[in-house]
Design a protein around this ligand. Structure first.
Ligand code: F6R
Length: 261
């Protein structure tokens, strides 16, 4: 069962996850982080940046793999996930740029980009801690409903709903690419620790489907039931549709603190 941690808000969740990442890097200086984009993980990166400024830690060997990328945005487009990861993670945390990879969304490279990316993740020894957000459709990465549980990095078609949700980052909704390249659900399941964050009422239904099932490809988030180490960090609003919320609170309140998340 996923561990569910209910936090007071996005910044408390960010602090909690940033501490876990910091502990990981302290014990494994070449840790491999799985990086999500979108709004949800920003407080994690911001909190980690503050913590690294106040109490420096060598991050020069930390490696990272982003979950996904839009297909066909021109190089350097400010909303390409390459640009976002460079700005919001690599530069903010002071990581070595060459240590952080993003799937290649160049249309000319797509036939082999997925396999290349999988090979790179395997060569790095796999992802230690994978940060995840969740879409209102229940997508993890950009694995929209119906995605295979066994899928690896490949091209997918974004749903109109996800394109609408992400239009806030673009000048016009029609500028949001139709296609993306995303780690598969099978890729995500190989990471050693999944940390899924969600805030807000609009995520409550997707969170409930992810945490409490049923396990179905129609709700990609439900794959977390197949993973032995998952932490779901949610605010009250995102937790509001969970049937067993009282039990999750009780379990977390009674957890030995040395276990971390
Ligand atoms: C981003 C990603 C997506 C987002 C999801 C939620 O790399 O893979 O699954 O995590 O769309 O987005 P936000 O956080 O913007 O609500």
């Amino acid at each position: 069962m996923a561990e569910v941690v209910v936090v007071g808000g996005a910044s408390e969740g960010g602090d909690l996850v940033a501490r876990a990442i910091r502990d990981l890097i302290a014990s494994r200086p070449d840790a491999v982080l799985g990086l999500a984009t979108g709004s949800t993980p920003l407080p994690v990166y911001a909190s980690l940046a503050v913590s690294l400024r106040e109490d420096p830690l060598d991050v020069s060997r930390v490696r990272g793999f982003s979950l996904d990328e839009y297909v066909g945005l021109p190089e350097g487009h400010p909303e390409s996930y390459r640009s976002v990861i460079t700005r919001d993670v690599v530069e903010l945390l002071g990581l070595a740029p060459d240590n952080v990879l993003v799937p290649n969304g160049d249309p000319g490279a797509l036939q082999t980009a997925g396999e290349d990316y999988e090979r790179a993740i395997l060569a790095a020894g796999g992802v230690d801690l994978q940060i995840l957000g969740i879409g209102r459709t229940g997508h993890l990465g950009f694995n929209e409903p119906g995605s295979s549980f066994a899928s690896m990095t490949r091209v997918k078609t974004l749903t109109p709903e996800t394109r609408r949700d992400n239009a806030r980052f673009f000048d016009s909704p029609s500028d949001v690419p139709v296609h993306c390249i995303t780690q598969g659900l099978g890729t995500i399941l190989r990471a050693r620790h999944l940390v899924l964050l969600a805030c807000g009422e609009e995520k409550a239904e997707a969170v409930a489907a992810a945490v409490e099932g049923p396990l179905t490809a129609q709700r990609p988030g439900s794959i977390i039931a197949l993973h032995p180490h998952v932490t779901v960090v949610v605010d009250e609003a995102a937790a509001s549709r969970l049937d067993n919320l009282a039990y999750y609170r009780y379990a977390y309140a009674n957890k030995p603190r040395w276990q971390g998340i």
